[in-house]
Design a protein around this ligand. Structure first.
Ligand SMILES: [Zn+2]
Length: 104
């Protein structure tokens, strides 16, 4: 993963919303298709700035820029654009937990 530039607006989001880590299949689809584009204003997320993936008050999945993060009722996970989509280690860990569960 490359360097991430956290600007004040990004830090504000983190101080306001805690990531829940709840990533539904729908949200995963939005993240895969639109990880670098804000669902609200349609702007491309600046390179090396985080996008914020989560849900609005109607539980619809969203990816937003920091400016539009007010639309998020729940932050699932920040998304970092480093040129390629990195869905972070969360998914892998969930996969391992799932496999352990199946084995026992
Ligand atoms: Zn936006």
């Amino acid at each position: 993963m490359g360097d991430i530039n956290f600007e004040d607006a990004d830090k504000d989001v983190f101080s306001r919303l805690q990531s829940s880590g709840r990533i539904s299949n729908e949200l995963k689809r939005v993240m895969t298709q639109r990880y670098n584009r804000c669902s609200i204003c349609g702007k491309t997320i600046e390179e090396k700035r985080p996008a914020f993936a989560g849900y609005d008050s109607g539980n619809s999945p969203l990816v937003t820029c920091a400016d539009c993060s007010d639309a998020l009722k729940e932050l699932a996970t920040p998304v970092y654009w480093t040129g390629t989509l990195d869905l972070s280690v969360d998914e892998t860990q969930a996969m391992w937990r799932y496999m352990d569960f199946r084995r026992s």
